[in-house]
Ligand binder design. Structure first.
Ligand SMILES: [Zn+2]
Length: 103
């Protein structure tokens, strides 16, 4: 049976995790980088030009069609009322624990 490299990679300590994803801005930046690794693109018209505003969460507005979206639109985090850092911490605890914390 082939060895899964992901399964045997070194874990991230809680201290390192909080250093990398401890703030809302860090979590949003990580989500943005995962969604748009080559820069923001409009979900409707695929334009690259945008303006940025804040409405509790960072919003990108397309300068081509006027469509507004945040980094959580179209993800599992869409419609959440909780901060992203809470979800990131929950995901960290679920994936790093070996003591059935998911139960
Ligand atoms: Zn657009």
């Amino acid at each position: 049976m082939a060895m899964n490299k992901i399964q045997f990679q070194a874990g991230l300590s809680l201290h390192e995790f909080l250093h990398q994803y401890g703030t809302e801005a860090q979590c949003e930046a990580a989500l943005f980088a995962a969604r748009w690794p080559h820069g923001w693109r409009c979900l409707r018209c695929d334009a690259e030009r945008y303006s940025c505003t804040h409405n509790g969460r960072k919003l990108w507005e397309c300068l081509g069609c006027g469509y507004q979206c945040s980094s959580i639109v179209g993800t599992v985090f869409e419609n959440t009322k909780l901060p992203l850092r809470t979800w990131f911490l929950a995901i960290y605890l679920m994936t790093q624990s070996k003591n059935a914390v998911s139960a």
